[in-house]
Design a protein around this ligand. Structure first.
Ligand code: FAD
Ligand code: NAG
Ligand code: NAG
Ligand code: NAG
Ligand code: NAG
Ligand code: NAG
Ligand code: NAG
Ligand code: NAG
Ligand code: NAG
Ligand code: NAG
Length: 789
């Protein structure tokens, strides 16, 4: 085995680098660590690099975790942070980028040899991680990271090392791109790596890095997570509030969650004359909803926010203080009015009839979505092209791929003209914009609901759980003690609650209501809201969180001389191209009237297991290469493939001990037939691309990598698509489903769910049109169901 440079072993423990305390102006986190700017690359005196490594520690000195941040120039291919100083026998974290994603890996070296994988620590990427043209920044939580062990050679028992709680020698190593391929397989956390090109040691001031703001760093910088807040005022009221109120203060329907499903439900119920309360944990989003935060300087005269301007979509992931993401789950979700519909890419494709098949889990009453789609499109039509002047902008990616796909037996269609036609088609994506501005449920259904006197919306109202007496729900318990007595919203005697908190949000509310599998209820019973659980005799055991699905997605990056990568969308917020910004401000047309995707395709693939699965392709200008060779960064585009309708793999989601929503079993490629189908579909979709499109160059994966090995080695951490469904799926049997044909939670009298969670199988397309369609279908059934208000 090749020996590595003997790092600290050759050196006494001199604290070479000067430790500093500093705050990151973008996420406002304060750290202790090192900050280096403009250091010279030892192998290439013409090149320089920046590197900052910081950590923040909780005030509890017995805690075994910390929050860290590594910022580096993009020529730093991997950075290693060694928690113990000397290279051998200490725990280290390695981080590199793979396309737009980060890959991290905890390792330990037994000597001056490449470090091996080390299991035990839990690394969670935090939302303020970002990349731009010049730098990458990995912000993470490191749990179980202050103690590690190794077995000295010949010893029979391991030696345990504990990090100092006051001052600890630490070190870093980095690999610069001037050396050679630093990471063999960037998509894989287990990849072998090239030796570091530079390292240094310093004395970490752990005491100085302790902060009482620690939990607010974890929960996002604006609001703290309410579930961790002691809720003494509602605790005393839990026993008295179980009797339904007979006064005029109750609601016929309480809908929890103002996203795609919840807003449609609340509007249709209030339209039917019911007294409706809609609860949303977040605040305003778009201008139409009263949003005034997040107006870019260049669009100030319009008052339009990042949630309104379609072209700012890519910047959703790069904001300096991204308060709009839900802070209490480890996957992305929007926690503000509109939910996922105000932070998403607005790709809008109504579900085909075949999506509602029996073998995909839909009960027979749900076979035909036509009426619901018609109602939805009457309120919220789709737009192709997105720019109201009827022109396509920044369309080179479409032109390039059109050349290829048309030669590859795909037909060009206007996608939403025939929602059932999804085999061998491509076209321009359809969106739900209106006049060049994000439209959606917040601009349509919410506005009509708000105009009715029997509708009430309470924002900034976090629902803990439902108040129930066995199977009978009497109200919803919230943190809003200002507008609701003791924070409790009560139902009228025949009233009903509809949970629309999304796949993760609804599952959490069920768990905290004593509904779900025993292991999840046990997490709640050990948490700060244990006192809100009903007595265990009233627990309802249902498979909440099981059977989830999300599309596996695989990303390819190309260049073509005709393509304008649009600076990889890096400068759109603070320094957009002047002509495009001016055009948008003047007339809401042009590049900024569309989100980033400009091409979509579908194709059916029938696998060896006889299952037909669909492969969706989506392309946009821009993208980061994960390879090394040189390429024209101004001409990149990304083509992402999703496996959609027919995908058979299932995972499981739930909550961890601090009630944070987490995937417990990742859903992607659990069934190898999914992977096989995806590889064959991609191989067919990309066949002959270089002969079909002269000048095209695939840069990720790098040349010489087969599609098979690229997919085989693709990191699960990069495979998600934010299209979660199935956590509370519909079905006939409470052992395998959570809601019945009428969306009523099994074994309850009056608790319903209307959100992505009830969808039993992955839809054909990006999920939000499917969620809105099933909300229309479901609310019709709920209104028709006997026994209600
Ligand atoms: C980054 C990203 C990009 C996406 N891009 C697209 C796209 O381009 N096209 C597409 O079709 N789909 C897209 N999606 C998916 C789509 O947005 C979702 O499938 C859809 O919004 C799900 O609807 P929902 O009603 O289930 O939940 P959501 O829309 O997530 O709404 C849930 C709401 O409930 C609220 N809530 C949750 N818990 C509580 C509580 N305890 N108390 C009070 N309120 C609560 C939340 O704040 C939120 O407003 C994207 C998703 C993400 C995350
Ligand atoms: C290495 O990084 C520098 C600085 O980011 C960049 O200019 C250069 O093109 C990179 N070289 C390679 C081979 O990627
Ligand atoms: C913490 O990490 C150690 C290895 O350092 C591992 O043995 C242990 O199981 C981990 N503990 C938890 C709770 O994950
Ligand atoms: C890129 O990111 C780095 C690190 O967050 C930041 O310092 C720098 O200002 C950013 N550059 C641009 C052009 O936004
Ligand atoms: C690729 O090109 C070859 C040679 O022209 C042709 O035989 C083959 O059918 C093409 N494949 C596809 C999928 O178009
Ligand atoms: C072309 O596509 C159609 C529909 O997807 C399919 O039936 C046909 O077999 C395909 N032909 C070839 C040569 O791939
Ligand atoms: C309730 O929780 C929401 C969401 O976390 C928060 O914005 C609001 O301030 C909280 N309200 C109270 C009274 O604590
Ligand atoms: C790189 O791409 C841009 C944008 O497509 C183009 O204008 C430029 O000429 C290309 N440069 C080279 C060296 O090919
Ligand atoms: C990548 O995939 C190929 C098979 O396609 C396999 O032989 C190889 O070992 C994989 N590499 C890694 C690092 O997992
Ligand atoms: C529900 O499924 C279980 C397990 O498969 C089965 O034993 C039971 O009979 C089913 N119940 C109904 C009503 O179909």
């Amino acid at each position: 085995m090749k020996l590595w440079l003997a790092l600290a072993g050759l050196l006494p423990f001199i604290e070479n680098a000067l430790a500093v305390n500093y705050c990151d102006p973008q996420n406002s986190f304060c750290f202790t660590g090192i900050q280096k700017f403009g250091l010279t690359d030892p192998q290439n005196s013409a090149a320089t690099f920046d590197l900052s490594i910081g950590a923040a520690y909780p005030t509890d000195t017995t805690s075994t975790e910390f929050i860290g941040e590594i910022v580096a120039t993009r020529n730093v291919v991997w950075a290693g942070y060694d928690f113990g100083g000397a290279m051998s026998n200490n725990l280290m974290l390695l981080v590199w980028t793979n396309g737009n994603n980060f890959v991290s890996s905890t390792r330990m070296a037994s000597g001056y040899v490449p470090p091996s994988l080390y299991a035990g620590p839990i690394i969670t990427q935090l939302p303020s991680s970002m990349m731009n043209a010049t730098h990458w920044k990995f912000v993470y939580r490191c749990q179980n990271c202050t103690q590690w062990s190794y077995r000295p050679s010949g010893a029979s028992t391991p030696t345990t090392v504990t990090m100092s709680t006051t001052s600890q020698v630490q070190s870093y190593g980095i690999c610069l791109n001037s050396t050679s391929a630093c990471v063999a397989t960037p998509s894989s956390p287990t990849s072998s790596i090239q030796q570091h090109s530079y390292f240094d040691l310093w004395g970490q001031d752990v005491t100085g890095g302790r902060t009482s703001a620690y939990s607010s760093y974890l929960s996002g910088t604006v609001t703290s997570i309410s579930v961790t807040v002691p809720i003494t005022s509602t605790r005393t009221s839990t026993t008295t509030s179980v009797t339904p109120t007979t006064s005029g203060t109750g609601y016929d329907y309480i809908v929890v969650g103002g996203g795609a499903g919840g807003i449609i439900a609340a509007d249709r119920l209030s339209e039917a004359g019911k007294k409706v309360l809609l609860l949303e944990r977040g605040g305003p989003s778009t201008k139409e909803t009263g949003g005034t935060r997040e107006v870019p300087t260049w669009a100030r005269s319009t008052g339009l926010t990042r949630f309104d301007i379609p072209g700012l979509f890519e910047n959703m992931f790069a904001g300096s203080n991204p308060w709009w993401w839900c802070s209490d789950m480890t996957v992305l979700g929007g926690c503000l009015i509109g939910g996922g519909t105000v932070i998403n890419g607005m790709l809008y494709f109504p579900p085909p009839n075949m999506e509602f098949a029996a073998n995909l889990g839909w009960p027979s009453e749900w076979r035909d979505p036509t009426a619901a789609v018609t109602k939805l499109f009457a309120r919220l039509p789709s737009r192709t092209p997105p720019s109201p002047d009827g022109k396509y902008y920044l369309d080179q990616v479409y032109t390039v791929l059109s050349t290829h796909f048309s030669k590859n037996n795909y037909s060009e269609v206007v996608i939403n003209d025939d929602r059932d036609r999804k085999d061998g088609v491509y076209g321009h994506p359809a969106y739900n914009f209106n006049n060049g501005i994000r439209s959606g449920v917040t601009h349509t259904y919410l506005q009509t609901a708000k105009a009715r006197s029997n509708f009430r919306l309470l924002m900034y109202t976090y629902a803990y759980n439902v108040v129930r007496n066995g199977p009978t729900i009497t109200g919803v318990r919230t943190n809003n003690t200002i507008d609701l007595p003791n924070g409790i919203a009560n139902l009228t005697p025949k009233g009903r609650v509809i949970l629309s908190g999304g796949v993760y949000g609804t599952a959490r509310m069920l768990f905290t209501s004593g509904i779900g599998p025993a292991d999840m209820l046990s997490q709640v019973s050990k948490s700060s809201v244990a006192n809100l659980l009903p007595p265990s005799s009233q627990y309802i055991d249902l498979p909440v969180g099981y059977y989830v699905s999300d599309n596996p997605s695989i990303n390819f990056v190309f260049t073509h001389p005709s393509v304008d990568a649009y600076d990889n969308w890096q400068s759109i917020w603070s320094n957009p191209r002047t002509a495009d910004a001016n055009q948008y401000v003047a007339s809401q047309t042009g590049v900024f009237a569309s989100s980033s995707h400009h091409f979509v395709s579908w194709k059916a693939i029938t696998g060896a297991d006889k299952v037909t699965r669909y492969l969706q392709g989506m392309a946009r200008p821009g993208g980061y290469a994960s390879g090394f060779g040189s390429y024209n960064a101004s001409a990149t585009f990304s083509l992402t493939f999703y496996l959609s309708l027919g995908v058979t793999s299932r995972g499981r989601i739930g909550i961890n001990s601090d009630l944070r929503g987490v995937p417990l079993v990742q859903p992607w490629f659990q069934d190898t037939n999914d992977k096989t189908a995806m590889i064959s579909g991609i191989t067919q979709a990309l066949a002959n691309i270089s002969t079909n499109v002269p000048g095209i160059q695939m840069i990720t994966p790098p040349s010489g990598t087969s599609i098979q090995s690229y997919v085989d080695n693709y990191s699960k951490a990069s495979m998600g698509s934010n299209h979660w469904v199935g956590s509370t799926r519909i079905g006939a049997n409470s052992s395998t489903a959570v809601v019945d044909t009428n969306c009523k939670v099994f074994n309850t009298d009056n608790l319903f769910i209307l959100d992505a969670g009830i969808i039993p199988s992955q839809p054909m397309s990006n999920t939000h049109a499917a969620v809105m369609t099933i909300a229309e279908m479901g609310v019709t059934r709920i209104l028709a169901l006997a026994g209600g208000p």
